[in-house]
Design a protein around this ligand. Structure first.
Ligand SMILES: Cc1ncc(COP(=O)(O)O)c(C=O)c1O
Length: 372
């Protein structure tokens, strides 16, 4: 078992030793930032650990409202809904929109939070092939009864493969259906994709009225909790239709205060995103040069897969060199290729030396000594 004994960052202490850390989702290493920690401490001293009641009663506090205000600035939205975990975002969306759709079409590799959200929504659902708009179109034609209104849901970026869903193609398919919706779990795109880091909608320039996303502030942003931006009337609808924000405790106050500060820092420092993009391009190119199939993509999740290389052994070898990457066996998590995968996360503050050492060690393991 691995035990993390420091904040996650490019160097992280795990099981008593400092390693070069290429895992998780803290792409800007904000979770251990001294300013965030200080802000959290001050908020806990003032407001306590949490409100111990839901926000529908007395459970609101200035920190939670501040997160929503900053999130709205960040996403350029009229309003936002902040809740305890990004995992619940799909459930809130599907419950919130419940009277507007009849049947759900879901990418078969969607994250567990999407699948659980569907079960909680208690509506019929149909799987379509991973990342396949043509198959979506076929399933819509085959399964939708006259008068039924479809809702399509998928991940924006998949957590292990790092693939981006072809959202414009899905919307194109949905144009043939007047009352249709698209919902996206953008947990892995928030803070990463798009010019301002707003996620896949910004990345693709999507502005459709009936397209919604939920995200998390627990990954790239460096705080904790789930977020859904949107128009005021839409956010009010979510609050009145979903039991989750109505009947659960909000994000603990220290974590919420750190999240607000993280959002401020994110807005103040666009150069962080540039640094991440440079590192991602650099690492992707170097790994491609070793012969791996690595897409040209701004996503900081790099998924290595291979039929020839024992990826589990490669993880263990890298660990022996004090480099942490994650081996994920085939079928053990959503979006993992059948061969299993080595998930490598690139951070904005990984040094070139760290990335070079990672690639060199992989190269030594696979014996491609000629690669640069
Ligand atoms: C696609 C996706 N959605 C949602 C979540 C859950 O987000 P959170 O950790 O904020 O609950 C994850 C977690 O890894 C995820 O991969």
């Amino acid at each position: 078992m691995y035990i993390m004994e420091s904040a996650p960052g490019p160097k992280t202490i795990i099981n008593g030793q400092e390693v070069d850390y290429f895992c998780g989702c803290s792409y800007y290493s904000l979770h251990g930032h001294p300013e965030l920690i200080r802000t959290a401490q001050e908020a806990v001293a003032r407001y306590g650990i949490g409100s111990a009641t839901s926000r529908s009663g007395y459970g609101n506090n200035p920190v939670l409202l501040r997160v929503e205000e900053l999130a709205s600035t960040f996403f350029g939205s009229e309003a936002s809904l902040y809740f305890v975990s990004g995992y619940l975002g799909n459930s809130i969306l599907l419950q919130g929109l419940k009277e507007l759709y009849d049947i759900i079409f879901v990418d078969q590799e969607s994250h567990y939070s999407v699948r659980d959200g569907i079960l909680m929504a208690d509506k019929p659902f149909v799987l379509f092939l991973h990342l396949d708009p043509q198959n979506l179109e076929e399933k819509l034609k085959e399964k939708l009864k006259p008068g039924q209104r479809p809702l399509v849901i998928c991940d924006g970026v998949f957590p292990v493969s790092g693939e981006i869903s072809p959202l414009p193609d899905y919307l194109e398919v949905l144009r043939n259906y007047e009352n249709s919706f698209l919902c996206v779990d953008d947990a892995h795109a928030i803070g990463v994709l798009g010019e301002q880091g707003r996620g896949t909608f910004e990345y693709f320039g999507i502005k459709e009225e009936k397209a919604y996303f939920s995200g998390t502030l627990s990954k790239a942003i460096g705080g904790h909790g789930g977020i859904i931006p949107g128009r005021k009337d839409f956010i009010e609808k979510l609050k009145s239709n979903s039991n989750i924000p109505y009947a659960s405790s909000a994000t603990p106050t220290g974590a919420a205060a750190a999240t607000a500060r993280a959002l401020e820092m994110f807005l103040e420092h666009p150069e962080m995103r540039e640094k991440l993009r440079e590192n991602v391009n650099y690492a992707r190119e170097k790994l491609r040069n070793l012969g791996f199939e690595v897409a040209q993509s701004p996503v900081p999740i790099i998924c290595l897969f291979s039929k020839e290389i024992n990826l589990e052994q490669l993880q263990l070898y890298l660990w022996s060199k004090k480099i942490a990457v994650l081996y994920v066996p085939g079928g053990s998590y959503s979006s993992v290729p059948e061969t299993g995968a080595l998930r490598i996360a690139i951070f904005s503050d990984h040094t070139r030396e760290q990335i070079d050492r990672l690639v060199d060690e992989i190269n030594l393991f696979i014996g491609h000594r000629e690669a640069k």
